[in-house]
Every structure is written in C-alpha cells, then in structure tokens.
Ligand binder design. Structure first.
Ligand SMILES: N[C@@H](CCC[C@H](N)C(=O)O)C(=O)O
Length: 278
C-alpha cells in the first residue's frame, strides 16, 4: 500500500475499523494517545479504492486531552475526531463521520450511554442514540449569501452555507440532477472559498429534497452529512421543520428547531483489521 509513503509503524501494523453512514465510508483508526502521524500521501493510500482499504475519509480516535486542536474541549468530551478527506486534506467537520465515529466508540466500549459528546475541529458535537439511528446536534446552519459554482461550462447560482465546513447548495431540476457530470470537480471562486467547498445539488421531493454532492477532497460520494444539513436547511427555506434528504446511499433526516439543527440516520461498522504502510 502507498508507494512512496514512509513506514511509521512496527510489524504488527495499524489497527483499523471500517464503517459507513448511508454509503459515506470511513476508515477509523484508534490512536488513543496520538502516536501515529499520517502524511497526506499515506491517508490517500489508505483511502485508495483499488490499492488500499478504500474510503471517503479517515478518522483517528484520539484522547481530546492529547491533541493540540482539542484539549480545550477535553472537559466536555473524552474523544477527538481527527478527520481527513480521502486526498489527505483536513476538514473541520463531518456529519456522517461523527455518527460513524460514535458507533465505533459505542461498539468498542470506549464510550457508553445514550448521549456521546465528541470533540471536533468545529467544536463539541453530541450524538444521541435514537433506536437504530444516531442523531447528532450539528449546531445551526449559517447562511452566508448567494455564490456560484461552474460545472461543465455552466454557472450555477447557490446558497453559501457553513456547517463548520463550507458548502454551496444549488437548486436544479430532477432531470438536471440525474444528468450532472460529477466526475468533474465544480469550480468555485477562490476569493469566496479559499479552501474550496462541498457542492450540493438538490431538487424538491414531497418530504424534503433529493441531493447529489461533490465533496471537497473526495469527489462525488454516496452521501454527505454536513451536505445534507446544508441542503435540508435550504430546503426548509431557512425556517424550522423536518426535511428528508435522499442521497444515492439512502436517506438522512434533518430537523431544525428553535435552537439547533439535528441530523439523523444510520451509522454502521462493517469490518475491522490491521494494515501496514510501506
Ligand atoms: N462526508 C462528510 C464531509 C467530509 C468533509 C468534507 N469533504 C469537507 O472537506 O468539508 C459529511 O458527512 O459531512
């Protein structure tokens, strides 16, 4: 795995688990004492779907007190979600990731109870167990005005939304949604999005919206939790209520109340093992 990457571990290899939320899949690496340093090239090698394990991103599970970006949250959360996109870039937040991360904590006994606080780069998030689903308090969507993306020579107007990470939500028709060439990366104005953005294309359904997404640092994915939050909030017109968000990998539900925005849906672990970096 990962030609050109440096070995950072002994012969026993690195322990990992794999999980997904509506098809948005992640490699989870328990690194409780923050001893594993992964370069961007190594993350990309792990996430490679042909030569690696394959995933949309990886999450290191680290004691919040032991990570410089999270020790200020250590009084409230024991664990920090160190999230990296499949290309190795760092992201502030991941809505499906934080739910899969919590499933991992619960299944391994690193956390227990029905409400699990998780430290993230976007701040503290609490994940509740609700039946088979995991529901996370994502904090309110922040609406930041009208911006544009260009895809296959066409300019699309959309709503700039922050969920801790940057999003642009674009309305299209159902036929346009099906025809989008999302094997290409939509281009955004670097003056507005200096670190790029996740782009959600949506059309209305009877109970919410249907969405396809191009994730920053990944490509088109089967789902994106923060993208669903941004899309649901736009679908609700900035008001309160509940919207289903249908993605290629399944269904997520977004609820906006007077205080916050909730994201609910399935999060499952599917495998565990060890890997080596050469
Ligand atoms: N899949 C995620 C979002 C992951 C981060 C995103 N690609 C970014 O760079 O902001 C989700 O479920 O929210």
């Amino acid at each position: 795995m990962g030609t050109g990457t440096r070995p950072v571990i002994g012969a026993a290899g690195i322990q990992f688990a794999k999980g997904h939320g509506t098809g948005n899949d992640f490699v989870v690496i328990p690194d409780l004492d923050a001893s594993i340093e992964l370069t961007a090239a190594q993350v990309a090698a792990i996430c490679d779907r042909h030569n690696g394990i394959g995933a949309d991103g990886i999450m290191r599970v680290v004691h919040a007190a032991k990570h410089p970006e999270a020790h200020d949250q250590a009084d409230s959360a024991e664990w920090f979600m160190d999230y990296r996109n499949a290309d190795g870039s760092i992201a502030e937040m991941c809505g499906n990731g934080v739910r899969v991360f919590t499933r991992y904590l619960l299944e391994t006994g690193l956390s227990s109870g029905s409400a699990v606080p998780v430290a993230t780069r976007a701040g503290l998030r609490t994940v509740d167990v609700v039946g088979d689903d995991l529901r996370v308090d994502m904090s309110p969507a922040r609406f930041l005005g009208t911006e544009h993306a260009t895809l296959a020579g066409r300019a699309y107007e959309g709503t700039h939304v922050s969920m801790g990470n940057p999003h642009l939500v674009v309305h299209v028709t159902e036929d346009e949604l099906a025809a989008l060439e999302l094997f290409r990366e939509p281009q955004v104005d670097p003056a507005v999005f200096p670190n790029k953005a996740n782009i959600e294309f949506i059309c209305p359904t009877p109970t919410g919206v249907r969405m396809r997404v191009y994730e920053r640092g990944v490509g088109e994915t089967l789902s994106c939790g923060t993208g669903a939050c941004a899309a649901g909030a736009v679908g609700l017109g900035g008001g309160q209520g509940t919207a289903t968000v249908d993605v290629p990998g399944g269904r997520l539900t977004v609820t906006v109340d007077e205080r916050t925005l909730w994201l609910s849906g399935p999060a499952v672990m599917v495998a565990e093992g060890r890997f080596h970096l050469r």
